[in-house]
Design a protein around this ligand. Structure first.
Ligand SMILES: *Cc1c(COP(=O)(O)O)cnc(C)c1O
Length: 395
């Protein structure tokens, strides 16, 4: 198997699995208990908290563990809306956010909040001038993702943070794709809240955290016990948190080295696909880009068909379109960068990690060439295109 779907989830790092095991079998006590197997859990949770805080240059008291990126995103948006409604009811986000943000914004709109969805340019970048123009006296929150999960574009977070700070508006960023892969300093970037998810950087699924800057008043999303300093009720997912902490520590240790390896495979794939497959286009920014993201549109064919044929060769990838109840809607991200419906349907995302080799990448390119050519042979749209090109003397 060749796994190139790391933006969907990563393999749980062996270091993380090993760190987790004793917290299932030996130290299973409730971290709120006073006997020692419980205390061991509590200590381990706080050690993980320190590991995460260190990666962000944050204080450990500013890290709150959640069930994943989705909960962290929901919490940040809903809690700011609730706590700051007295100041205003306007929120700014972008059109290319993950559904954990966009559907939460829908929810807020139904409850009387107004949301401005900033457009992006052809590379997927938010325009900071447009952001400034969207700010109103009643704006309470700017939520813009650190890096896009489909096309890999890195947003101008530093500028956005500075603008938010200057206007006294809270800034949240969904950093699920970036945390553990790229250096992030919450101080330098003026980030007030940041979401991350364990399973996107070598930790287990169902683990994540929200960074909340000290002084930001954020009510609880879940009500119950006094865990996480009274802000996130529910018995801690001790093994999950320990695994996330181990993955964060590993990420911090070898971030540059792993990113460089992923970039090498990424750039090799991009270069060969562009050179060897006609009528394709790279999605996302060429340089302001996640180390592991390769996203292409192939004209005249369906991305879904490419995926099925890649799967038959043992290659795991993803398309830009999310399957909803059997229908394939083109991705909101690809439409936002200006692709037409048909073009957006022909998309393919290969998200690589440091574990992928150039040899694997070479095999994927060869298979992809064969698959794209085969599908185009069956495509009436491609036949029309060839006819037209022939008649106009281009071929
Ligand atoms: C995966 C992802 C999420 C959701 O995280 P989960 O832990 O799976 O809930 C949110 N935002 C982005 C950008 C993602 O890639």
């Amino acid at each position: 198997m060749i796994y190139m779907d790391n933006a969907a989830t990563t393999r749980t790092a062996p270091e993380a699995v090993e760190a987790m095991l004793p917290y299932f079998s030996e130290y299973y006590g409730n971290p709120s208990a006073i006997y020692s197997p419980g205390c061991a859990g509590k200590k381990a949770v706080n050690q993980a908290r320190r590991a995460v805080a260190a990666v962000l240059g944050a204080r450990q008291e500013e890290i709150y563990f959640t069930s994943g990126g989705t909960e962290a995103d929901n919490w940040a948006l809903k809690a700011v809306a609730e706590a700051y409604a007295g100041k205003g009811k306007h929120v700014i986000t972008s059109r290319i956010e993950h559904h954990a943000i966009l559907h939460t914004c829908d929810f807020l709109e139904k409850r009387g909040f107004e949301v401005t969805y900033l457009g992006v340019d052809g590379d997927g970048l938010v325009d900071t001038k447009e952001l400034k123009a969207a700010i109103r006296p009643d704006t309470i929150l700017i939520s813009i993702m650190f890096a896009n999960n489909e096309i890999g574009t890195l947003e101008p977070v530093s500028e956005i943070g500075a603008i938010a700070r200057e206007h006294g508006i809270l800034f949240h960023t969904d950093a699920v794709q970036a945390f553990g892969h790229l250096p992030i300093s919450v101080e330098e970037l003026h980030i007030d809240m940041l979401s991350a998810s364990g399973h996107k950087f070598g930790g287990p699924k169902g683990s994540g955290f929200l960074y909340i800057r000290e002084g930001v008043k954020l009510p609880s999303l879940l009500h119950g016990g006094a865990q996480e300093r009274g802000r996130r009720a529910g018995t801690e997912n001790v093994p999950g948190i320990v695994g996330l902490g181990a993955a964060a520590a590993r990420a911090a240790e070898s971030m540059e080295e792993r990113a460089a390896k992923a970039r090498e495979v990424r750039d090799y794939l991009i270069k060969r696909i562009e050179a060897e497959i006609p009528c394709c286009r790279l999605n996302g920014h060429r340089t302001k880009r996640l180390p592991g993201n390769v996203s292409f549109c192939f004209q005249f064919i369906e991305g879904e068909s490419v995926l099925i044929m890649l799967d038959m060769k043992g290659i795991c990838a993803s398309s830009g379109s999310a399957c909803t109840s059997g229908e394939t809607d083109p991705s909101h991200v690809l439409l936002a960068i200006g692709l037409g419906q048909e073009e957006a349907r022909g998309s393919l995302r290969l998200s690589v990690s440091e574990e992928n080799t150039l040899e694997e990448a070479g095999f994927v390119v060869e298979e992809l060439k064969r698959i794209v050519a085969k599908l185009r042979k069956m495509s009436p749209r491609y036949e029309d295109f060839r006819q037209e090109a022939f008649l106009s003397g281009k071929v």
